[in-house]
Structures are given as C-alpha cells and as structure tokens.
Design a protein around this ligand. Structure first.
Ligand code: PLP
Length: 389
C-alpha cells in the first residue's frame, strides 16, 4: 500500500488505451499493425468546424468561459436536441464538458457510494464499471445478450432494482456491441420505472447519430413519465470526428444540475473556448460529412459481417449502430483476452477482448471498423490465417 485512499485501488483502466499503446510500440519497431482497437472515426474533423475554432482563437476567445459552457453553445445543443428528438430542453440544464466521459465521471461521483447499487450494461463501456467501483457502489450487471440482439430485457432490468438502487446506466447504440435498444423495450422500462421514483437513469446517447438500416434513435429523455430523472450524455467525439478535441455534454434534471456544475467548476473549470465555438459550427453547419461517414461505416459493417460469418467458428450479429462489430470466436478454448493478445502480438491486429467489457463479453472480440476497407480486408486475411493455424 502506498498511502492513497482506498477508492484509488478500485479504479480500473480502459484496455483500449493500453492496446493502443502496445500497437504504437509495435508500429515503432516496424510492424505493420492494423489498429481496430480504439473507438474513434478515421475521418478528419469537418473543415468548417476546424475553421470555426481557428476563427475563435483569432477573434481573441482565449479566456475561461462560463463553467457550464457558453450560452450560444448550450442554446445550439438545445436546438439540435429538439430537431433530433422533438424534446425541449432548457439550455440551463445543459452542461458542456471535456468529452462525454466527464459526464460519466461526474454522474457517478454524484450517485455512487458504498451501500448503493448502480445497474450497468454488461458488456458495456469500460469507464462505467471502473467508476462505479471507484465510488464504492456495487455494480449490478445488466446482461445484453447476443440472443437478444445485444439489447436488454426491460423486465429483467426492473427485477434488478431494489431499495439500494440509485442509478441505471443505459447506452444505445452501444459500445462494444453496436446493439440498439428497441423503442418497445424503452417504453416498457419507462412504465416500469414509475414504481421506482427515486431511481435515476444515465442514458449514454453518444452514438445516437450513427445508425443504420432505418433504425431510429429514441432518446430516453422523450418519455415524459421519467424525463425528470434522466441524465442524457451526448457529444461531438464520434459524430464529428472530434475525439481529441474533448467536447461533450450532459443534460441534467434541474434538481441535480447545480451539483454537476459544481463538479465541473472544481475539476475542469470550462472546456477551452475555441473548441466550444467549433461545437456550435459542427451542429449548425453543413452535415454532409456526417452523412457520408455513416454511409461509409455501413459499407464497412456489411463487408465485415459477411466475411466474419463466412469463417468457421465465428458468428457475428449485424449491429444497428455505432462502429463496432462484436463477433463470437471459438478457437482452441482460448478466452477473448488470449485471442486478442495473440492477434496483436503475432498477427499485428489490435482488437479489444470482449471480457474487458464484462462477464457477458467473454468469447467475443470488439472490432472497431473506424478504419479503411483496405485495413479491414487485411484484418480478415490475418484473422482467417489465425483461425486456420
Ligand atoms: N460513452 C461511450 C459509450 C463511448 O464509447 C465513449 C467513447 O468511447 C464515450 C462515452 C466517451 O466519449 P468522449 O469522452 O470522447 O466524448
């Protein structure tokens, strides 16, 4: 022990980042690594967005802004949210943050404590579980099974709630599976939650624009019976290829907003101002690049699904959104961590083991197709050679 508080020994990490670091090491030694591990679009940020940031800097926007974000940006988020979800949101309920991850962090600091329970998707985004553990709360896994199209069953979810339950985390379209929760399940959930008026929901909608096959996004905020308990997380990272800019937002219920804002004041002060101006342009400006990116993702997804399902001992659902496929792989009794490690060290392909996302992710691999079709072809060749070895 090195004298830190006990919580520090509970916090986890994100294997996607350690895999990225190892891929970069291998690249430096001259290995031809294909990185399908990290979840970030391989497109540039749209030029109009870049120019808006440059203009903001040249116009002298160099200082702190309001901690919850500049009003024009919050108004633009409110306008965009209405356009997409037909739900009115007061700009004063919106908190601009350095990425959606900060919203997860703050929300879990607000709700998690020893003795409380937080229901979280399994498999699910790694940061949820890690931060729940950090707060001392107990993470309760909500299975998202392949048989259920990687969605959840509302009845099963409701059966996990008890008097210690403080928060439910949901994520659709989902990381790592690309699964989309059908509207009917959300309706059942919203109705069922009327029996649990003290339970809040963090709805992570960061992939809400990246949908295929006529899937439509349904925000959990659009259910009036629970909307005063829903925290929405969304942002620019995925939709506008802005992962490194660090820009996201949370919509918080009025009664808890000030606490989220205090966390922001104490932690990040504000998001850098030029990035916030870029965020306005991203939402208001031309959306052609977003449309084209989604078209391209769909082509890649379809290519991968066909190829993966043609390989013996691999089966893969066709995900309705995000930019991940989550194939189930059966190879010599190897677990997903062993397969992922072997693929990286011997075939120079980076993927993330499904078990990093929870027990229900075992035997799966997360493959991000935010990479060129040429790389995906090469990946399939290397994967086939691994499966045939
Ligand atoms: N939520 C999910 C489900 C994600 O996959 C990610 C990023 O991978 C985030 C939130 C955080 O995104 P950012 O902090 O870049 O906005």
């Amino acid at each position: 022990m090195d004298g830190l508080n006990k919580s520090m020994y509970q916090i986890g990490s994100d294997s996607a980042f350690s895999i990225l670091a190892r891929s970069n090491e291998l690249l430096k030694t001259g290995k031809d690594v294909i990185n399908l591990g990290i979840g970030q679009p391989d497109f540039p940020t749209p030029e109009n967005v870049v120019n808006a940031a440059i203009k903001a800097i040249k116009d002298g926007h160099h200082g702190y802004t309001a901690s919850n974000g500049i009003l024009e940006l919050r108004e633009t988020v409110s306008w965009d949210f209405y356009k997409r979800n037909k739900v009115e949101v007061d700009p004063n309920d919106i908190l601009i943050a350095p990425g959606g991850k900060a919203i997860i962090f703050y929300t879990l600091l607000m709700f998690g404590e020893p003795g409380s329970e937080i229901i979280t998707p399994d498999p699910g985004f790694i940061a949820y579980r890690s931060m729940i553990d950090y707060t001392g709360a107990k993470a309760i896994a909500l299975p998202h099974r392949m048989e259920n199209n990687f969605s959840f069953d509302a009845e099963e979810l409701l059966s996990l709630i008890n008097k210690r339950t403080k928060l439910i985390i949901l994520n659709s379209p989902a990381n790592p599976t690309g699964g989309v929760v059908p509207k009917i399940e959300l309706e059942k959930l919203a109705k069922g939650l009327l029996d649990y008026p003290n339970v809040y929901i963090l709805s992570d909608e960061i992939y809400s624009r990246i949908l295929f096959d006529n899937n439509e996004h349904v925000s959990l905020k659009s259910f009036p019976e629970i909307s005063d308990r829903v925290i929405v997380l969304d942002g620019w990272s995925k939709t506008y290829s802005m992962t490194g800019w660090r820009l996201g937002y949370g919509i918080f219920p009025k009664n808890i907003y000030s606490y989220a804002e205090k966390l922001a004041i104490n932690c990040h002060s504000c998001v850098n101002s030029a990035t916030q101006f870029a965020g306005i342009e991203a939402l208001k400006g031309d959306q052609t690049q977003v449309t084209n990116m989604i078209k391209e993702f769909k082509l890649r997804r379809d290519y991968l699904i066909n190829e993966l399902n043609s390989i013996e001992n691999i089966s893969c659902l066709k995900p309705g959104g995000a930019f991940y496929v989550f194939p189930k792989i059966n190879k010599n009794q190897m677990n997903s961590a062993q397969i992922s490690k072997f693929l990286l060290e011997n075939k120079y392909v980076a993927t993330v083991p499904g078990s990093s996302f929870g027990l229900n992710g075992e035997n799966f691999l997360r493959v991000s197709y935010a990479s060129s079709i040429k790389n995906l072809r090469e990946f399939i060749m290397r994967l086939k050679s691994f499966m045939n070895d």
